[in-house]
Write a protein that binds this ligand. Structure first.
Ligand SMILES: [Zn+2]
Length: 307
């Protein structure tokens, strides 16, 4: 069979085009494969952040919690050795891993697109440090959030009232400050609601935000907290004031590392006097950097009280 020059030309064009399509397909496959996140059992924070950002873009404004970008937890102390700090970092990573299975139930930080910071004070009230903290907040006209321990609420009701009257939030931090891990569901509920009742008796409002002692979370406690109409609030920056960190470590740490949406963990109890000294510096410098210091309900867009 004799092929015309025209036929040979057409066949050649078809063969070349087919080859080109195959090469382009192969290149596309390689690129697509590179873009797929590795299916490692330990998802990295960057991966988590990326996937949460995707969810945020898709479900705009539907659920403020699902829009949350998880900031890596920061904060170091001059009083923590290398080994303890490594353990702490591993702990933070483990917290994050649990949290990613419960979208909408745990917060680490607020909206990262706004220059806002929430100062939070745990473990009060007491008769001295909490009052000093309140005085500083009043001086600088700053609102904050206090996670109080039920037994101390009963002991210092006037201080609790003073916190609420000054416009700060009074929130639940358990009754006896025991870890919420490895307890029965009925124990957890009892402990949670005992503090809620104690707060209600003093300020007439029931908190809807809970901070687990030590930041300890597991599926069971998350479920109990959720069933009792609470959100778990962790933090994105730990001043580590409880380690006895110096005033400079506490203040400069926050000032230099602060990010929009930061939830800063501090304490208002005896033994953390350096926090009282660091607080004015932190407030002044953050405000100078253009940050608004707000309460948790404002930074998260979530209600602080049940009624
Ligand atoms: Zn605590």
């Amino acid at each position: 069979m004799k092929l015309s020059r025209k036929t040979i030309f057409i066949v050649l064009i078809v063969v070349l085009n087919t080859f080109n399509v195959l090469v382009l397909y192969r290149l596309w496959r390689i690129k697509a494969h590179k873009d797929v996140p590795k299916s490692s059992p330990v998802t990295t924070i960057a991966d988590t952040t990326k996937s949460i950002e995707k969810v945020r873009d898709k479900k705009a404004a539907k659920d403020s919690i699902k829009q949350q970008v998880f900031l890596p937890i920061l904060g170091s102390s001059d009083k923590l050795g290398a080994k303890d700090f490594a353990n702490l970092k591993a702990y933070r990573k483990a917290q994050r891993k649990i949290a990613q299975n419960y979208p909408g139930e745990l917060y680490f930080n607020g909206d990262t697109s706004r220059k806002e910071v929430a100062l939070t004070f745990d473990d009060g009230p007491d008769g001295r440090v909490t009052l000093q903290v309140l005085k500083i907040l009043a001086k600088y006209k700053v609102s904050a959030s206090f996670f109080v321990v039920g037994n101390y609420v009963k002991k210092y009701p006037k201080v609790v009232k003073q916190i609420a009257d000054a416009g700060h939030l009074v929130l639940n931090h358990s009754t006896t400050h025991q870890s919420y891990l490895k307890k029965s569901k009925s124990w957890l509920k009892r402990d949670l609601l005992a503090t809620e009742d104690a707060i209600y008796k003093v300020i007439g409002k029931r908190p809807a935000m809970f901070r687990p002692p030590y930041g300890d979370i597991d599926p069971q406690m998350i479920e109990v907290v959720q069933q009792n109409a609470y959100k778990n609030i962790i933090w994105s920056y730990d001043t580590l004031d409880w380690t006895g960190a110096s005033v400079d470590t506490i203040a400069q740490g926050v000032i230099q590392k602060v990010r929009p949406g930061e939830i800063v963990l501090m304490h208002s109890r005896p033994g953390v006097e350096n926090t009282v000294k660091a607080l004015p510096l932190i407030i002044q410098r953050l405000q100078k950097q253009g940050y608004r210091l707000v309460r948790l309900d404002q930074i998260l867009g979530v209600k602080a009280y049940k009624e």
